[in-house]
Design a protein around this ligand. Structure first.
Ligand code: M6R
Length: 614
C-alpha cells in the first residue's frame, strides 16, 4: 500500500520527511527513500529495509534543503531492494517521483518507452511514470502540463508526488484511487498518504478527491482537476488524536482492515482481469505465472497452508474441482510435512501464506520442491522467504495486514485462488469462453457487494451485543460454506476467546449435536439454493434443542422463515464466488464480540502475527 509524503517550507526538509514517514510505516516497511531539492539539484537517498536504515545511511550527511518528497514502500512490483525503492528519477535525475498504488498498464508503457531508448533502473511499475513525465516535459518544458498528459496515459491507482529541478518552488501531486491528504501550514505545506504524518504540523487539510491535482508552494496550495481546470474546495479540520489517526479513524486495525476489503479485492483482481476492446472480461492474467501449460496435463493440485490461509485452500478445493475438474488435496502444512506425503511430479503444488514466513508452510514448500514439483505461492509479502523459494508467485495486493486476525488477507487469497481456478478451467476446457466471461464479470461486482454488507455492520454489532455471552458457538455450512464456517469459528475464538467450532452441517447428527442446548449459538452459512432444504433441516434440529440460530444467506424466498432467530441477508451471488461475501458478517461478528467482552482484537492473547517457529 505504501506511504508518500512531501514538504515545501522553511524547515529542514529531510527531518520533516523522515518524521512524517515514521508515522506511515504501518503502510509498508520494505524500503524507504527521500528526494530533496538541494541547491539546484535533486538529491535522492533510498535503501532497502525499514526507515531506520535510511536514517542510518544519511546520519552523517548535512543535507541542506527545505523541500522534498519521501516514500515508505510495501512492495508490489519488484522485490524489496535499493533499486526498487522510491523515489524514482528520470534518466538525467531532473525529475523525481514517489507513488502509492498500482499502474496496471505499466508493462505496455514500459515496452514502449524501452523501444524509444529509455533505460529502466528498477522492476517497479512506478518507474514508467517518471519516464513518461520526462518525455512529455521535453515537449514544452511545462511540468504541470507534462504531469497532466502523463496522468491520462496511466491506468490503475495512484497517489503521486512530483519534484522537478526546473521548478524549485513547487511539488505537484495527484490522486486517483489511492489516498492523498494535503496539510496546510503557515509558510509551509505538506502532502501525505494519511493524516498521522501531518498532525505534528497542522490539523487543516484538503482531502484530495478522485482525479484531483494539488500544486504545493511555500505560501499556498492550488487545486485542479485532471483537465487542468482550477477547483476550489473547503479545507477540513482534523479532530482525531494520533492513535485514532493511525487507524484511519477506526478504533482498531482489525475493523479498519475488515472495511478495507472492497479496495483490497479491487486491487488484487483488477490487474488480473483481461478485457477485450468492448470492455468484456475474457481471461485471467498472472504476470508471474509461467506454468500455464501444466494445468492441461496435471491430474492433481495439492494445497498446503496454516490457519486462515488453510481455510482459503479449502475454498480453493471446491472451486478447482467445480470449475476445472481437477482433484485437489488440501493439507494443514504442519501435518503434511511429517506424513511422508505421496506426490507426483505432475502435481501442481500451491502454498498460501499471508506473511510468506510461516515455518510449517515453508517446510512443506521445500519438501515439494525436493520431490521435483513446481510450487506456486500465494502471498501478501513481496520478497518473503516463500515468495523467493517458490517457482511462481501470485501476490495478494491487500497491503500490510497489521491485526493478528487475518481478514483482508483471507479474502484476497480466496480471490487469487478463484482467479486461478477460472484460468485453469479455461485452459483445461472445462469452462467455455462465456462461462469465463460471466464468472469474471461477477467477480468484478464483488467489491461493491462487500461494501453493501459493510453498510449493514450495525445489524451484526447489535446481534453481537446480544450473543457475546453465549457459552459456545457453532458455525455450520455445506460445500463452499463449510470453509466459511471453519474460518468464522477461527476468527471468533481468536479475538473473543469464545468457544467456537465449525462443522460440515451434515456431520451434526454424527456427534456434535450432543453439544447443543440453550447455551449454544448456531450460525448457519447458507448460500447454495439447492442445499437450502438440507441446511434448513439442520437449523430446525438445533433450534428445537434450544440453540439460538442465525443464518447468513442471500436467500430472498423465505426459505428459512421460522427456522431461525435472525437472518442476515447478503447480496445475491453465484455459489462459486460467494465465499468472498459470507465471511464478512462473520468477521464483523468476531470483532464486535471481542469488543463486547472487553478484549483488544488487535492483540489476541498467546498469538503472533507470523509463526516462524514450530
Ligand atoms: O502468514 P500466514 O498466512 O502463513 O499465517 C498462517 C496463520 O498463522 C494465520 O492465517 C493465522 O491463522 C491467522 N492469524 C488467523 O487469523
Amino acid at each position: 500500500m505504501c506511504g508518500i509524503v512531501g514538504y515545501v517550507g522553511n524547515k529542514n526538509a529531510t527531518q520533516v520527511l523522515i518524521n512524517a514517514l515514521k508515522k506511515l510505516e504501518y503502510r509498508g516497511y520494505d524500503s524507504a527513500g527521500i528526494a530533496v531539492l538541494e541547491g539546484e539539484d535533486i538529491l535522492v537517498r533510498k535503501c532497502k529495509g525499514a526507515l531506520k536504515f535510511l536514517e542510518e545511511k544519511i546520519a552523517n550527511e548535512t543535507i541542506k534543503s527545505s523541500m522534498g518528497i519521501g516514500h515508505t514502500r510495501w512492495a508490489t512490483h519488484g522485490e524489496p531492494s535499493d533499486e526498487n525503492s522510491h523515489p524514482h528519477t528520470n534518466m538525467d535525475g531532473t525529475i523525481s517521483i514517489v507513488h502509492n498504488g498500482i499502474i496496471e498498464n505499466y508493462a505496455a508503457l514500459k515496452a514502449d518507452l524501452q523501444n524509444q531508448g529509455v533505460v529502466f533502473k528498477s522492476q517497479t511499475d512506478t518507474e514508467v511514470i517518471v519516464h513518461l513525465i520526462d518525455k512529455e516535459y521535453k515537449q514544452d518544458k511545462d511540468i504541470f502540463q507534462a504531469v497532466i498528459r502523463t496522468l491520462h496515459k496511466l491506468e490503475g491507482s495512484y497517489a503521486l508526488g512530483v519534484l522537478c529541478k526546473d521548478y524549485p518552488d513547487r511539488i505537484i501531486c495527484a490522486r486517483k484511487e489511492s489516498p492523498l491528504v494535503v496539510g496546510l501550514g503557515k509558510g509551509e505545506n505538506f502532502i501525505a498518504s494519511d493524516v498521522p504524518a501531518l498532525l505534528e504540523h497542522t490539523r487543516d487539510v484538503y482531502y484530495l478527491d478522485e482525479k484531483e491535482i494539488a500544486v504545493l508552494y511555500i505560501d499556498h496550495v492550488s487545486l485542479f482537476d485532471f483537465e487542468g481546470n482550477k477547483i476550489v474546495k473547503q479545507p477540513s479540520h482534523v479532530e482525531w488524536d494520533m492513535d485514532a489517526a493511525e487507524k484511519g479513524g477506526y478504533p482498531h486495525f482489525m475493523i479498519k482492515e475488515i472495511n478495507e476489503q472492497p479496495k483490497a479485492c479491487k486491487d488484487t483482481m483488477r490487474p488480473r482481469i483481461i478485457k477485450d476492446g468492448n470492455g468484456k472480461a475474457t481471461d485471467v492474467y498472472f504476470e508471474e505465472n509461467s506454468i500455464d501449460v501444466s494445468w492441461k496435463k496435471t491430474k492433481r493440485v495439492v494445497i498446503t497452508a496454516c490457519g486462515t490461509a488453510y481455510h482459503a485452500g479449502i475454498v480453493a478445493k471446491y472451486a478447482f474441482e467445480k470449475l476445472a475438474r481437477i482433484k485437489v488435496d488440501v493439507d494443514v502444512a504442519s501435518e503434511f510435512r511429517y506424513r511422508d506425503p505421496i506426490l507426483d511430479k505432475d502435481d501442481i503444488f500451491i502454498v498460501i501464506s499471508q506473511s510468506g514466513e510461516t515455518v510449517d508452510t515453508l517446510s512443506a514448500l521445500r519438501l515439494a520442491k525436493k520431490e521435483g514439483l513446481k510450487v506456486i505461492a500465494i502471498t501478501n509479502c513481496v520478497g518473503s522467504t516463500v515468495s523467493r523459494e517458490a517457482d511462481d508467485v501470485i501476490y495478494t495486493l491487500a497491503g500490510p495486514e497489521i491485526a493478528v486476525a487475518s481478514t483482508k488477507a483471507y479474502t484476497t487469497q480466496v480471490l487469487c485462488l478463484l482467479l486461478l481456478a477460472i484460468k485453469a478451467g479455461k485452459l483445461r476446457g472445462t469452462l467455455s469462453e462465456e462461462d469465463v466471461s460471466k464468472l469474471l464479470s461477477e467477480l468484478e461486482e464483488i467489491p461493491g457487494k462487500i461494501e453493501e454488507i459493510l453498510k449493514e455492520q450495525e445489524v451484526i454489532q447489535k446481534f453481537a451485543s446480544m450473543q457475546f455471552n453465549k457459552e459456545k458457538v457453532f458455525f455450520i455450512g455445506r460445500q463452499f460454506d463449510s470453509a466459511t464456517a471453519l474460518e468464522s469459528a477461527l476468527k471468533l475464538k481468536e479475538v473473543s476467546y469464545m468457544h467456537s467450532e465449525a462443522f460440515a452441517a451434515g456431520e451434526l447428527k454424527h456427534g456434535p449435536i450432543a453439544l447443543i442446548d440453550d447455551k449454544a449459538l448456531v450460525v448457519a452459512i447458507a448460500s447454495e439454493p439447492k442445499l437450502y432444504e438440507k441446511i434448513g433441516s439442520n437449523m430446525v434440529e438445533v433450534k428445537s434443542r434450544g440453540a439460538t440460530v442465525l443464518v447468513i444467506t442471500p436467500d430472498n424466498s423465505g426459505a428459512f422463515d421460522g427456522k431461525t432467530d435472525e437472518i442476515f441477508k447478503i447480496p445475491e451471488c453465484s455459489s462459486t464466488l460467494v465465499s468472498l461475501l459470507t465471511i464478512i458478517p462473520a468477521q464483523l461478528f468476531a470483532y464486535y464480540c471481542a469488543i463486547q467482552r472487553g478484549f483488544d482484537p488487535d492483540k489476541p492473547r498467546n498469538l503472533a502475527k507470523s509463526v516462524t517457529v514450530e
